[in-house]
Design a protein around this ligand. Structure first.
Ligand code: GDP
Ligand code: IMO
Ligand code: MG
Length: 420
């Protein structure tokens, strides 16, 4: 059985913390898409860790963690992260597995990402510059190199061939940064990667399923950043939605049981692109300050706004969400009034659907107001401990979405989560 946990907004919903919490109930945690553009924060004791490539189940005892074929892997980030994780006493030989079909991010992919973004000027996507789009382009363009290729004696020849192709593209962009340092690091990290458990991911995971093991598929980014259903072109380059699990791990659709969607009690976005409920005012500043909304991967300030139920309902629909986790509810503790976006007004017409190109339309969010709770909720342990005003807010969301908020996270700590 496979359960999926993924983000319902534009990323950074708190997936890392929630996967770490849920991992106790699973045997395997597997990443199925994305790469080092992800930054998943969790706490081990009082130490904060941000994971980019390694699944967030890695700190739970006796769990297997798989980096699936749908991921794009930067060996340099992976090596650095393995060192951090090993510093906590985690034995990666025992619990980290990498699918041989996983595509590699080369130093020139990072250079191409940077060059492409620069060339877009004020139309830039706001990419994390980790080489994600160029790596996925080489995958779909059938040029990419995969983890399994590392074990082939012709790997260096294939690398040089692809590097030359990239060089021509970089020359077109007039990109002339010296990346020899990046390449040295890369080749050093490849030697490290070869020592890890490289497996046939699809047989690995199906064997686990056959033996009755429970799998948690960990999403990266968020549904509104999905390459097909997100706010294209301001998206990432993979299928972040539940459909990506089958192709990103090699599991069949009927093995999937729950799709657990994570949403903040409000909304954030990092990078460019449409964000209808964005608050470019003191309230937005307040959310950023209290929520400490700065990117876990790039440190950029996150754009903040009210919760958007039009976008959330869309995300629930395309993912088939069965359970919702609402994170960062505590961030709203001190707001006297809250707003919830229930529809969009586009050229005078109200709609509850996501239009084709949000970025090209004047979208005016229609809000319903709710009183705030003005109570510190960070030490609440049960639903009963929560103020009635918060319950009203959550119940409205349940009714609108037709899917229940089953968990409320009321702080970044490992134990700050309430089951409803
Ligand atoms: P992810 O990418 O979805 O894993 O999320 P990030 O780690 O990028 O961002 C979530 C941030 O919110 C991290 O700094 C978490 O420590 C923090 N966080 C997670 N859940 C909560 C919560 O319920 N309350 C508060 N205040 N912070 C939280
Ligand atoms: P996690 O897993 C938030 C955003 C970038 C940019 C766009 C494309 O931590 O939720 P890319 O580097 O993928 O080409 O960037 O997507 N983005 C994220 N935003 N959280 C993430 O991951 C993100 N990964 C990419 O800011 O707008
Ligand atoms: Mg993040």
């Amino acid at each position: 059985m496979v359960d999926v946990l993924l983000g319902l907004q534009w990323g950074d919903e708190g997936k890392g913390k929630i996967v770490d919490y849920f991992a106790k109930d699973y045997d395997v945690v597997a990443r199925f898409q994305g790469g080092p553009n992800a930054g998943h924060t969790l706490y081990v004791g009082d130490k904060k860790v941000v994971l980019h490539q390694i699944p967030s189940g890695v700190f739970q005892k006796n769990k297997l963690n798989l980096i699936g074929n749908g991921v794009v892997l930067d060996p340099v980030t992976l090596k650095r992260e393995c060192d951090t994780v090993a510093g906590f006493g985690v034995d990666l030989k025992q619990n980290l597995f990498i699918a041989e079909r996983t595509h590699l991010i080369l130093p020139t992919h990072r250079a191409l990402d940077k060059a492409a973004e620069l060339s877009k000027g004020n139309q830039k996507i706001g990419s994390t510059l980790k080489g994600i789009a160029p790596a996925y382009m080489d995958k779909t363009g059938r040029n990419g190199l995969r983890v399994g290729d590392l074990l082939d004696k012709n790997f260096t020849t294939a690398y040089i061939k692809l590097r030359l192709k990239h060089q021509r593209l970089l020359d077109n962009f007039s990109f002339d940064e010296d990346i020899t340092g990046w390449e040295e690091e890369f080749f050093d990290a490849l030697e490290f990667l070869k020592q890890l458990n490289i497996v046939n991911g699809e047989y690995f995971i199906n064997e686990q399923l056959k033996n009755g093991k429970r799998i948690l598929a960990e999403g990266a980014q968020g549904s509104m950043l999905d390459i097909d259903f997100g706010t294209f072109p301001f998206v990432t380059s993979s299928n972040t939605i539940s459909a990506g699990v089958c192709s990103g791990l090699g599991v069949a659709p009927q093995t999937i049981r729950d799709v657990i969607g994570v949403t903040k009690a409000y909304c954030t976005r990092v990078g460019s692109g449409p964000f209808p409920t964005e608050l470019e005012n003191a309230t937005g500043e307040e959310l950023r300050k209290i929520g400490n909304e700065f990117g876990a991967t790039t440190g950029r300030p996150r754009r903040c706004g009210w919760i958007d139920l039009v976008a959330l309902q869309f995300a629930c629909m395309i993912n088939g969400v069965t359970k919702i986790v609402m994170t960062k509810a505590d961030v709203l503790d001190s707001f006297s009034e809250l707003e919830v976006c229930t529809s969009y007004r586009v050229n005078g017409k109200e709609t509850k659907q996501i239009p084709f190109r949000l970025d090209r339309l004047p979208i005016e969010p229609v809000y319903k107001q709710f009183p705030g709770w003005n109570t510190n909720t960070t030490s609440a342990k049960t639903f009963g401990d929560l103020p009635q005003t918060m319950k009203t807010y959550v119940e409205f969301i349940n009714n609108y979405l037709g899917v229940k908020v089953n968990f409320i996270s009321n702080g970044p700590g490992r134990d700050q989560i309430i089951t409803i």
